[in-house]
Design a protein around this ligand. Structure first.
Ligand code: ANZ
Length: 810
């Protein structure tokens, strides 16, 4: 018989599938729709093993859903705009467009060789003018709704990529892409008002996301409930934000962020030199450095604020642990209740005043205390708050009291900032605005969209927008007066592209809008899969975008994704992240050439629990390779297993219990255990192959079910087996087998039989066998009956499910 040769079958089937349109989604086909989506890749080169890991298992799951009767949409596209593609194009001295589209062709071929069920008829790249046209259209709609606006101010600037970055793209003070320390620049920029949706983004009712992702989003949004308290200062009233207004009586000084706009006015002449030096030094630090625990630094401004209740004069300091971007950029410092404030007070000899004392506790020794008290208790200071409950959970009544005195107001703050949306780079969506000397900023009329990205632009980053250099392109007319005007030369943040792309797959060729509303029934994405690295940026932006679309009346969905699951990462053999610079990258093409796609698919599903990932093991692929050879020989060769006795019931148990397990594992996205179960079932089938059971209906059923079980995981060999056994059409359009529950539960148990204290044999009996049935089975066993010959039975003991014990005499 022929040996398993994946190369002889895989290309053949891939071609046949493409030709017959096997994977083309038909919205009118029967079955409940299921929209499965895997995050689309950047076309920055070729698919690496991490892409395969991310795609293969969800592909198997989508195939499983399809065979179960769902009408499955599983599309794929390319996230083609943005810095990685542009940087790569610069490095390769190529035009970003040509370079990108060449890569896309190559990657589509790779996906094909993977044997996925992707419906390529829906493919698009976000750099297609027909796609980004709708980015521009959305931008204008957001602008009309007051959600896109231009504002001057301090922004994050990456000196290497020569562009501004959103807060979300700054990780520990460094550029998320290239790792360069981020600087601050004062620039006028476009923003998206994501903060309007902060509260709604904290509500996960309509989306099932892993706890970890939810927590990251919640922390990023950073909602804090507290109050604003106003103090009089020589530069006018100053309002601070505090989560602990109950500690007001313990406030002994104020601290302003170095960038706070009252700093200059509050600084006295004697203090000016020190303050200026401190402000300059703080500007050179990142937010993270500034908030790190460690020695507190700061300077006194020389001015004092008036405590709104006691009237005491509180010194006003500046210190870089107070951030200008949070709350009001100033704080009331309460050393007795806050550790940072206490450290600061100790460093500069400032006063400590007790406020909240635990009930029944001793007064605080304010001269020596080194740890602030942050718990609950009673407010001890004389005045309107005396005797009230203090502590984080008790601020409500305190705020009411202070509000009555005109000192405070309830206030909630968020860490979330508006989404900085413009980039000074070439390879992105042009912002559809023009500037008229007469009429200011005007949106480009919708019938003039798309504003096309010009070609042949010198795009090497210089810090100014490359589009400025194309003076012909910049020149335009004002839509209001028709006079000369200039185009906006910035491009949009690439995260706009991934914010709504799942809607474009519904109708990628639709020209009347971003998507065809008559296809809305395909929403939401039922299962979205991808890397955890997108927990905040992409997912938060996308959730925001879809909520705005809902408010525009474009969709009824509250969320883009009904369910999200993350895969882990495949690491290099050394356990490090795969990267070209580390030289530990595994090339899937080479593996496919050597072992075939089915083996690589199996290995990537088997290598680790999917959500965890793990290091690549080059030896590990041999197991899946051998397994598929055994599978092949089972159907087409002589799988030379030892001829063991496998009963029909045992065979059916093996098949149906595996089927049941595989269903549960697909549901939970536990892919490695699916492969393990299929391997185990192979062993049983190989054993049964030469046994008498091989001729029975149970055997035929076993081969048929196993063939279908293989289809999602190893689509090529499964198809070859299907046709080899005379099946009509494709195995991938067959129905998924139904579990025979009775067969799937083993109702027999094997139990040992002791004669005279020694185990002499084993019998298979029903779990519910009676004492008489059990004894009859035991005595019928030749291994047991031999030892009973000529002996008198004294006692018979049967412990169901465990043991049969025959006590004998003589
Ligand atoms: C007085 C106080 C007393 C505070 C106390 C805390 C404990 P979260 O929960 O993170 O929102 N704060 C306010 N604005 C700040 C800024 N721009 N930079 C640095 N710190 C700032 O933190 C809110 C608390 O952080 C506020 O409550 C304020 O200190 C400080 F026993 O006010 B608190």
């Amino acid at each position: 018989a022929e040996r398993y040769n994946p190369h002889a079958i895989e290309g053949k089937w891939q071609e046949a599938w493409a030709k017959s349109g096997l994977y083309t989604f038909d919205e009118n086909a029967p079955g409940e729709k299921f929209y499965a989506l895997t995050m689309f890749p950047y076309p920055s080169g070729n698919l690496h093993v991490g892409h395969w890991y991310a795609v293969v298992a969800p592909d198997a799951r989508a195939r499983w859903m399809r065979m179960r009767g769902f009408n499955v949409l599983f599309p794929m596209g390319f996230d083609a705009f943005g810095l990685p593609a542009e940087n790569a194009a610069i490095k390769n001295r190529a035009d970003p467009a040509k370079w990108t589209y060449k890569n896309i062709e190559y990657m589509v071929g790779q996906f094909g060789r993977m044997g996925t069920m992707i419906d390529w008829s829906r493919r698009f790249a976000t750099s297609d003018p027909e796609y980004y046209r709708w980015n521009q259209w959305f931008f204008i709609q957001f602008y009309k709704r007051g959600l896109a606006y231009k504002k001057g101010g301090l922004v994050n600037w990456c000196p290497k990529d020569q562009t501004v970055l959103a807060n979300e793209q700054v990780v520990n003070g460094h550029c998320e892409r290239c790792g360069t320390a981020v600087e601050k620049r004062n620039l006028s920029q476009w923003y998206m008002k994501i903060t309007d949706y902060a509260d709604e983004l904290l509500d996960f009712t309509h989306t099932d996301m892993p706890d970890k992702v939810r927590t990251m989003q919640v922390n990023w949004i950073g909602k804090s409930v507290g109050a604003e308290v106003t103090f009089d200062t020589p530069a006018g009233p100053e309002t601070v934000f505090t989560t602990r207004p109950d500690t007001l009586m313990g406030a002994t000084f104020l601290v302003l962020a170095p960038e706070h706009d009252k700093v200059a006015a509050l600084t006295t002449d004697e203090q000016r030199a020190g303050v200026d030096a401190y402000v300059a030094a703080a500007a050179r630090k990142t937010d993270v450095e500034r908030q790190q625990e460690g020695e507190k630094t700061g300077v006194f401004t020389g001015s004092f604020a008036t405590h709104p209740i006691s009237g005491h004069q509180l010194p006003i300091w500046i210190a870089d642990y107070v951030l200008v971007t949070y709350g009001t950029g100033s704080i009331m410092a309460v050393p007795s209740g806050d550790q940072r404030d206490l450290d600061f007070a100790r460093a500069f000899g400032l006063e400590v005043v007790e406020t909240v004392r635990p009930e029944g506790g001793e007064p605080m020794d304010t001269g020596t205390v080194t740890e602030g008290y942050t718990g609950d208790g009673l407010i001890v200071n004389e005045g309107p708050l005396q005797g009230m409950k203090g502590g984080k959970a008790h601020i409500g009544p305190v705020i009411e009291t202070l509000q009555g005195l005109g000192i405070a107001r309830a206030r909630t703050t968020y860490r979330l900032r508006d989404w900085l949306f413009a980039r000074q780079r070439y390879w992105g969506t042009p912002i559809p605005f023009v500037y008229c000397p007469e009429h200011g900023a005007q949106p480009v009329p919708e019938d003039q969209l798309p504003v096309r990205l010009p070609e042949n632009v010198e795009f090497t980053p210089t810090g100014q927008s490359p589009l400025k250099l194309d003076t012909e392109w910049v020149k335009t007319t004002c839509p209001v007066c028709g006079g000369p005007a200039e185009r906006d030369t910035d491009t949009m943040d690439t995260f706009v592209d991934s914010s709504w792309y799942m809607y474009r797959f519904l109708s990628p060729d639709y020209h009347q809008g971003p998507f065809d509303p008559s296809k809305a029934g395909l929403l939401p994405v039922d299962l979205y899969t991808g890397g955890i690295e997108h927990a905040i940026l992409h997912l938060l932006y996308s959730r925001f975008w879809i909520k705005v679309m809902r408010d525009m009346g474009l969709t009824q969905q509250h969320e883009p994704f009904a369910r999200l699951r993350n895969q882990g990462m495949i690491l290099g053999e050394d356990g490090e992240k795969m990267s070209k610079s580390r030289g530990n990258v595994v090339d899937p093409d080479g593996l496919v050439r050597e072992y075939g796609a089915d083996t690589v698919r199996t290995y990537l599903m088997f290598i680790a629990p999917w959500e965890l990932g793990g290091p690549w093991d080059p030896q590990g692929i041999n197991g899946p390779a051998k397994w598929l050879s055994r599978v092949w020989n089972l159907y087409f060769g002589d799988a030379a297993g030892p001829a063991e006795t496998v009963s029909e019931a045992e065979l059916r148990y093996a098949v149906h219990s595996t089927l049941k397990k595989v269903n549960g594992d697909f549901e939970r996205l536990s892919f490695n255990t699916i492969v393990a179960a299929l391997m185990e079932l192979t062993n049983t089938l190989v054993k049964a192959r030469r046994a008498p059971v091989a001729g029975t209906p149970a055997w035929d059923e076993a081969l048929d079910i196993f063939n279908r079980l293989l289809a999602p995981v190893v689509p090529h060999i499964a198809e070859e087996i299907w046709t080899g056994r005379g099946g009509e059409g494709s195995v991938h359009t067959q129905s998924w087998p139904a579990v025979d529950e009775a067969a799937a539960t083993r109702d027999t148990v094997k139990i040992g039989v002791q004669v005279g204290g020694k185990v002499r044999g084993e019998v298979s009996i029903s779990k519910t066998a009676t004492q008489d049935e059990a004894m009859a089975a035991a005595r019928a066993n030749p291994d047991v009956s031999r030892f009973l010959e000529g002996k008198e039975t004294v006692k018979e003991i049967y412990v169901p499910g465990r043991i049969i014990n025959i006590v004998v005499k003589g």
